[in-house]
Structures are given as structure tokens and as C-alpha cells.
Write a protein that binds this ligand. Structure first.
Ligand code: ADP
Ligand code: TRP
Length: 331
């Protein structure tokens, strides 16, 4: 039996190159080696997205993104979190084994508290219970399907540690391996994809390049990448350049070496470097982009694929939950 790999993406906007390189591509690469589970963490998105049209649209965008980039819903398991009610029942069980102090230490919550403190607000200003107990629901996503590995970005490491901890607590308490203790798979080489301004690419910094921008919009976005004020003739350092940092993630090794030489030789302007980047990014996604917009034009098809995925995984969730209920004494 192949081991299980599982990962989820929160539908909170339009997926960008950081999501692709840091989360989607590494996860899709595990399809052969593992039984792969990919899901849309829509109830996680509800912790911050309270606009129904926006949430609905983001769910379709994330679904279309996975499928356009090569997720095969027959070969792997592809579903929406909200379609598996067992996850929410398990979440309650897990929360009864999670020390409250643990949630106090969760990064996302701690960051909000620190921001409130620095702004002289009440510590819990803007914190809803969904945000507070976010790591517990994420543990439930993972433990529900007895996942062995969870490919995620570095920022999610602490969440996987929470999932491991609660699984171990429950296993120790009931004296048997009810839950699988998962391992994170984190890749160092893509843990911090830089955005337009050189900081981590993130929706929160408004510095993203969306994966499926059409060529004209993509050109405009790439035009916004921050560079220094060196003139065309000056020799340039590829290793401190935001354009080159992205280029090498999409180009072949030969292409990267060649462009680095042109940087160092002088005579290459920022406009030229950006044109090279545009070309490799556009070539990488041209075909997938067609598929992406075709899916977005056919949301009934997306609904069908996700319903099929839910029907496939729900019996597994029901089986695991029945075993856990039995172990804890809920007939
Ligand atoms: P955002 O910061 O834009 O809101 P998310 O937090 O929704 O992005 O990230 C979803 C997934 O994509 C996570 O697994 C995260 O680790 C990964 N990811 C996001 N931004 C980057 C980045 N700049 N570099 C590497 N991985 C990223
Ligand atoms: N918290 C993850 C993120 O923000 C999304 C997520 C929810 C997830 N549940 C998960 C990732 C389970 C991996 C496994 O990116």
C-alpha cells in the first residue's frame, strides 16, 4: 500500500507564483509515490473571508488552478473540506485533547496579539474563535485521513507540529495507534518566493504575480518588479536582483547561466531582463492557462468533480471517525 500524502489550500483570493512554487508544484510531484489527497480548505478561509461572492469565487479559482496544473481527480483524491462533515466532528474531539495554552502559542494568533499590543488595542481585537482554533481544524484535516506526509510551506511547520502532538496525546491516552502521526515535507529551495518588492510574495503585501495572468497583464505585473537604478551599460549582479530570483525558478539551468552572464557583462537593461522573465513565465503556464479559464467558464463541471471527490473520500472519513468514537466511548 502506498502511503498517504495530503495538503490543502485556503481559498482566499487568486493563487500566485508563491503558492505555485511553494505549495502546489511540490504537492503535485508526490502523486506517483503516494496516495495523494488535495483539498480546498474553504472553512479555513471563512476565518477571514466574510463576503459570500468572494468566497465562492475563490473556491472555484483554487479548484480550477489545481486541475489546470495537472491534478488528476481520478488518480488522486480532490474535494472540498466543507463536504466532509466528519472533519468538523473530529475537530471537536481533538479540541478536547488540546491544551488551551497551545493555541495561545500558535503563530498566526500570536502575531495578531502582538500587532494589537503594539497598536494599543485590546489583545484579542479582531480575533474570532475560528482564527484562534485554526490549528485544531487543520490537525483534523490531516488526521482524518491518516495522512503520513503533509507537503507545505515553511510557514505551516508549527501547524504540523500541533497535529503530531495531538495525535500522540490521543494515541498515548488510549494506548493504541488510533491516529497516524504525520510528517511535514518542507522544501528549502522554494520556501520563500520573492514578490514584486523582494519581500515574501504574499497577498497580504500586495506584491503577488498571479499564476494565470494573461500575457498583457503579466507583462504589466512583471514591469512592477522593483530593481535598482543602474543604467543599461552597467554590469549587474544577478544574485541581488528580484527579476533574476524569479527567472531562475522557471528557466532551465542553461538559461539561468546564460542570463547571469549577460547581467555581469553589462549592456543588459532591466527592461531586457524583465522581457526574459516574461517569456519563461508565459511559456510555463500558457497551456495550463487555457485549461484554467475553461474551468472557470464551466463551474458546473467543477462542482461535479468536487462532489465526486467528496463521495470518494467520505466513506474513509466515516470509517476513521467510527473507530475513534468507539475508542473514546461515544456509541
Ligand atoms: P498568502 O501569503 O499569499 O496569503 P497563503 O498563506 O494562502 O498565501 O499560502 C498558501 C500556501 O502557499 C502555503 O503552503 C504557503 O507556504 C505557500 N506560499 C505562499 N506564499 C509563498 C511564498 N512567497 N513562497 C513560498 N511558498 C509560499
Ligand atoms: N493552513 C494552510 C495554509 O494556510 C492550509 C491548510 C488547511 C492545510 N488545512 C491543511 C495545509 C491541511 C495542509 C494540510 O496554507
Amino acid at each position: 500500500m502506498k502511503k498517504i500524502s495530503l495538503t490543502g489550500i485556503k481559498p482566499t483570493g487568486t493563487p500566485h507564483l508563491g503558492n505555485y512554487l511553494g505549495a502546489i508544484r511540490p504537492a503535485l510531484e508526490l502523486t506517483q509515490e503516494y496516495q495523494a489527497y488535495y483539498f480546498i480548505a474553504d472553512y479555513h478561509a471563512l476565518t477571514t473571508v466574510h463576503n459570500s461572492a468572494e468566497l465562492r469565487e475563490s473556491i472555484y479559482k483554487v479548484a480550477a488552478t489545481w486541475l489546470a496544473l495537472g491534478l488528476n481527480p481520478e488518480e488522486s483524491h480532490f474535494y472540498k473540506q466543507s463536504d466532509i462533515p466528519e472533519i468538523f466532528e473530529l475537530n471537536w474531539i481533538l479540541s478536547c485533547f488540546t491544551p488551551k495554552g497551545f493555541m495561545n502559542r500558535a503563530h498566526a494568533y500570536k502575531d495578531m496579539v502582538a500587532k494589537n499590543q503594539s497598536e494599543g488595542q485590546d489583545v484579542d481585537f479582531g480575533v474570532n474563535m475560528g482564527i484562534y482554533s485554526y490549528p485544531s481544524l487543520m490537525s483534523s484535516d490531516i488526521l482524518m485521513f491518516r495522512s503520513h506526509v503533509v507537503p507545505v510551506g515553511k510557514d505551516q511547520k508549527q501547524h504540523i507540529e500541533f497535529a503530531r502532538d495531538v495525535a500522540q496525546r490521543i494515541n498515548n491516552h488510549y494506548g493504541r495507534d488510533l491516529l497516524v502521526v504525520p510528517e511535514a515535507i518542507i522544501r528549502d529551495e522554494t520556501d520563500l518566493i520573492p514578490g514584486l518588492d523582494g519581500r515574501k510574495m504574499s497577498k497580504s503585501y500586495d506584491n503577488t504575480i498571479e499564476i494565470f495572468l494573461k500575457p498583457k497583464a503579466l507583462k504589466k505585473k512583471i514591469g512592477r518588479i522593483v530593481t535598482n537604478s543602474q543604467g543599461i551599460e552597467e554590469a549587474k549582479d544577478p544574485d541581488t536582483c528580484n527579476v533574476f530570483a524569479l527567472y531562475k525558478l522557471f528557466a532551465t539551468a542553461e538559461q539561468s547561466t546564460a542570463l547571469a552572464e549577460r547581467y555581469r557583462a553589462g549592456g543588459l537593461g532591466w527592461g531586457h531582463a524583465k522581457a526574459e522573465l516574461l517569456e519563461v513565465v508565459d511559456a510555463t503556464f500558457a497551456e495550463a492557462r487555457e485549461r484554467y479559464y475553461a474551468y472557470l467558464d464551466n463551474t458546473a463541471e467543477l462542482d461535479k468533480i468536487l462532489a465526486h471527490g467528496a463521495a470518494k473520500v467520505r466513506p474513509l472519513a466515516q470509517k476513521v471517525l467510527a473507530e475513534i468514537r468507539d475508542a473514546i466511548g461515544i456509541p
